[in-house]
Design a protein around this ligand. Structure first.
Ligand code: URA
Length: 226
């Protein structure tokens, strides 16, 4: 699909998301749908958890204190937020910033999957537990898997997944900030790797091996093939 076609479809997805009422509570309490923002052809994408109060008001992801830290970390490696794409697991703010519920995550997942397929980033950084567990399809927590890049396929797109601590967690815990900074410093090297090769499914295991050759030979003989 051409870059123009991908961009057009991303706009259509945005329009659909803005009208979404799959999660009745979130649709009833939100001020805006925070679809995500940034470069639609970004090589690097970030996936956070869900919009907070500021994001809900402005309709943009990561505009509060955690967003400022994310911008600083990006600047430290020579990138600006306009060069990357930033999205969230949930497009709507959970009331009172409660945790996203499993049913909400499932309902919102198709939007994120399509965003990934249309933006085609080479590297996706998941920020915190919710994004990491969703995109890895595994319950392992961020403390265990942060800073370990791995090749993953979501929908039709294969990319390098790089789990990071959530910047909000790093705001108040100096050791988490230190780890997040150390993981971030390795990001340029991960971006410089060749595109992740699509994971080819294992070829099916051979069916039962054919009978012993001697038996075949005997049958062939009977058929007059020798
Ligand atoms: N935290 C998130 O996970 N996402 C935002 O957009 C803002 C804060």
């Amino acid at each position: 699909m051409s870059a123009t076609a991908r961009r057009e479809e991303l706009k259509e997805l945005l329009i659909a998301a803005r009208q979404c009422t799959r999660c009745h509570e979130l649709a009833a309490t939100r001020s805006s749908v925070v679809f995500g923002a940034g470069n639609a052809d970004a090589e690097l994408m970030f996936v956070g958890e869900a919009p907070g109060a500021n994001e809900d008001i402005q309709g943009l992801p990561f505009v509060g204190a955690a967003g400022k830290l994310l911008e600083q970390l990006l600047a430290d490696i020579g990138l600006s937020r306009s060069e990357v794409f930033i999205a969230n697991v949930l497009k709507c703010r959970p009331p009172g910033n409660r945790d996203p519920q499993p049913a909400e995550i499932e309902s919102c997942k198709p939007y994120l999957v399509r965003q990934i397929e249309l933006i085609e980033p080479r590297v996706i950084c998941t920020l915190g537990n919710f994004a990491t567990k969703l995109l890895r399809g595994d319950p392992a927590g961020i403390t265990r898997v942060h800073g370990e890049p791995e090749v993953r396929t979501i929908g039709s797109h294969t990319f390098r997944l790089y789990p990071l601590f959530h910047p909000a967690a790093a705001l108040y815990t100096p050791s988490t900030l230190e780890t997040l900074r150390a993981d971030f410093v390795r990001l340029p090297a991960i971006l410089a790797l060749p595109p992740a090769p699509p994971i080819v499914p294992e070829p099916p295991v051979d069916p039962e091996p054919a009978g012993p050759p001697v038996e075949l030979d005997r049958q062939a003989e009977q058929l007059g093939l020798f």
